[in-house]
Ligand binder design. Structure first.
Ligand SMILES: Nc1ncnc2c1ncn2[C@@H]1O[C@H](COP(=O)(O)OP(=O)(O)O)[C@@H](O)[C@H]1O
Ligand SMILES: [Mg+2]
Length: 301
């Protein structure tokens, strides 16, 4: 199937700083694509390039199978809705008035506007000034504005930023419902936990580079288990294991990364041989957060 977004060697250079470097993105049609990375890793810049709000320094972009260039830009971007950075909308106007501004600007029908407002569940609040909205309501209004044109592709930049857990949950549910209805959703976050359960495909940026892209399960598969050794002398135990494995002391426990069954047996034997009592051995699968932290060089979360 044609990807909703494909980029080839997409790059952005500001002065002598490369902030987005040779991105080859593939956003499959109809998925929620979680675009993750620490602050400053280039998420917003990339999304702005996809939306033609920032000019790429290098590389190519295809949307819905067609190259994005001067001749196709208008017709392609008509099918793309977006919410980048702060939620849009005039605070001194009501939610309904803001929606009418968008309606007139894009020549949308009443039905399209009503549907968008109902999707984000703002119908009962349309008479209120947007300045009195909570952050979550403002985000939802922003999403309604992006949705009203019934886009094939929706780009949302950190829509859960600053929301409370209930607000985050609401956005998550909304994204899943949109994808189930056929809209491709690309959603960014610097917090893995805010979208990882909703996103079926993940793209992870670090320092402007794509560190991982693929199904969420593939990332999980990378989370090799750690073996935990409870010993009488964790420091001594760690010093014996450290030359051969990645080791971390955690209280009375020594955590060893990436050891199979045979290596586990060898470690136990070595510890005992050196007079370290082994009180317990267990395996623990690493969380997605750990993998994310590894990939992004500890700057994640
Ligand atoms: N207009 C600009 N001029 C110079 N540097 C910029 C500009 N916009 C963004 N940057 C830099 O590019 C890097 C990536 O920024 P951004 O795309 O906003 O990252 P993210 O959205 O992942 O936090 C940051 O270091 C930022 O300071
Ligand atoms: Mg950003």
């Amino acid at each position: 199937m044609t990807p909703a977004i494909r980029t080839q060697r997409l790059s952005k250079v500001y002065g002598d700083r490369t902030v987005v470097a040779d991105l080859d993105l593939n956003v499959p049609t109809g998925c929620v694509y979680g675009f993750l990375g620490p602050n400053g890793s280039g998420k917003t810049t990339t999304m702005k390039m996809i939306l033609s709000l920032v000019r790429p320094s290098r590389g190519a972009i295809e949307l819905m199978g067609r190259p994005l260039d001067r001749s196709t830009r208008r017709s392609l971007l008509r099918r793309v809705g977006s919410l980048i950075e702060a939620p849009p909308g005039y605070g001194h106007l009501t939610g309904g008035e803001n929606m009418r501004v968008v309606q007139r600007l894009l020549g949308l029908s009443d039905r399209q506007v009503t549907r968008a407002v109902e999707t984000v569940r703002l119908r009962d609040h349309l008479g209120r000034k947007v300045g009195t909205y909570s952050l979550g309501m403002k985000q939802r209004l922003g999403i309604a504005m992006a949705l009203a044109r019934e886009p094939a592709l929706l780009l949302l930049d950190e829509p859960t930023n600053g929301l409370d857990p209930a607000g985050i949950e609401e956005i998550r549910d909304l994204l899943s419902a949109l994808a189930a209805a056929g809209t491709t959703v690309m959603v960014s976050s610097h917090l893995l936990g805010e979208i990882d359960r909703t996103a079926t495909v993940l793209g992870i940026l670090g320092g402007g580079r794509l560190l991982f892209e693929g199904p969420r399960e593939d990332l999980l598969a990378r989370s090799a288990p750690e073996v935990l050794f409870e010993t009488s002398d964790p420091r001594h135990a760690a010093s014996l294991v450290a030359p051969h494995h990645r080791v971390r002391i955690d209280g009375a426990t020594v955590r060893v990364r990436g050891v199979d069954h045979r290596a586990t047996a060898r470690i136990v034997a070595a510890l005992v041989r050196h007079g370290v009592d082994v009180h317990g051995v267990s395996r623990e699968r690493r969380s997605l957060e750990d993998v994310f932290r590894d990939l992004t060089g500890g700057r994640g979360l």
